[in-house]
Design a protein around this ligand. Structure first.
Ligand code: NAP
Length: 336
């Protein structure tokens, strides 16, 4: 079945190496990996070391979501932390050292009913025996121009990645959202900020009871109900100094001073391309059947596009390894 392309909502590519538009080879691939975040590049490393010469298609955000954060302090092996962009560059080099081919290219359509599987990649057909979907998830954004301009200058989408940065220490902070993520991020940030304002658009949290109770019982968390962020301040100063809020019931406006805005209003898995073909839940997260295998033979999944719970670099890398091993075993069984 040919499925229409994902609406492109990605940002500009970052990783510099090997990212020219290539001519894709016209023979059958053994393994194509869609996505170049932690899951995709770990799958590439493992399948490359198994002599499968994987082809990694980066999508429009080479290196994935981690390239949008600054210091990653919770990836094992880097006691001083490592820049997210640098970490992904090193993962790419490591996979390439064993024969992975990383190409800046986008999968536009897939036909998974045929054997071999056929992908349309930048207008060209690519045939492959197996496909590892590691297309990740995108943070949902509020959608404000000021939010976009101050990203990585105080606006962030990951408290675990960025919360401990010196710029947020002992400063008032804002978390936007009312779900489990927002509560979890707010609680995590109480270790660093002087106060954490939890801004939610309703007067009841969506979060599970236990998370909501824990968050609201924390004396450093101040809920701000029925409120939406209408502007992140201050674009003129090129850093976050506060947020302008509107009360959705009274329409009254107010400004809260803060050094950081942590947006936790959910994620959007990058799986639209597979809708109706690969089994997924109502939110679009792919549901693996056994290990990392999907409902389509030869198609495996790893990382944030199938993980609505953990969403960490290290868990994505682990799943990338598992998908590579599952793909390798699938190929071995076919060739027996
Ligand atoms: P979520 O449950 O979808 O919650 C998103 C929150 O953001 C909701 O409160 C929603 O408001 C708000 N929101 C959405 N769009 C918004 C917008 N444009 N402006 C302002 N607010 C907006 O997402 P999540 O918190 O990331 O959780 C996703 C899933 O992961 C859930 O199943 C959750 O249980 C799970 N999770 C579990 C844990 C844990 O157990 N430790 C931790 C994190 C996540 P409304 O409530 O008004 O819709």
């Amino acid at each position: 079945m040919v499925v229409p392309a994902i609406g492109a909502t990605f940002r500009t590519p970052h990783l510099p190496t090997g990212l020219t538009k290539p001519k894709l080879r016209r023979f059958m691939e053994k393994v194509v990996i869609m996505g170049s975040g932690c899951a995709g590049l770990t799958a590439a490393l493992y399948t490359a070391r198994a002599n499968l010469q994987p082809l990694v298609l980066t999508g429009l955000q080479p290196g994935g979501l981690l390239t949008t954060t600054t210091i990653v302090e919770n990836y094992p092996g880097f006691p001083e932390g490592i820049d997210g962009f640098q970490l992904m560059g090193q993962m790419q080099k490591q996979a390439e050292r064993f024969g992975a081919r990383v190409k800046f290219a986008t999968v536009e359509a897939v036909d998974l009913a045929r054997r071999p599987l056929v992908l349309t990649v930048d207008g060209e057909p690519v045939e492959t025996e197996t496909l590892i979907i590691a297309s990740g998830a995108s943070h949902r954004h509020i959608g404000l121009a000021s939010e976009h301009k101050l990203e990585n200058k105080g606006v962030t989408y990951c408290a675990t990645c960025d919360g401990a940065l010196p710029m947020f220490r002992n400063q008032p902070l804002v978390v936007v959202g009312g779900g489990d993520s927002a509560c979890e991020e707010a609680m995590y940030l109480t270790r660093f900020g002087s106060v954490v304002n939890l801004v939610h658009r309703r007067d009841t949290l969506r979060a599970s009871k236990i998370m909501a109770e824990r968050a609201l019982a924390n004396p450093k968390i101040q809920p701000v109900w029925d409120s939406v962020v209408t502007e992140v301040l201050d674009v003129e100063q090129d850093k976050v100094t506060g947020v302008r809020l509107k009360n959705v019931k009274t329409t009254a406006e107010k400004v809260i001073d803060c050094a950081g805005v942590f947006v936790a209003i959910g994620h959007l898995p990058n799986t639209q391309l597979f809708k109706g073909v690969i089994e997924m839940d109502e939110a679009g997260y792919i549901i693996p059947k056994r290990g990392t295998a999907t409902n389509v033979p030869g198609v495996f999944v790893a990382g944030d596009c199938a993980d609505r719970v953990y969403r960490q670099a290290v868990t994505a890398a682990g799943l990338g390894c598992a998908a590579a091993m599952d793909a390798e075993r699938y190929l071995a069984a076919r060739n027996e």
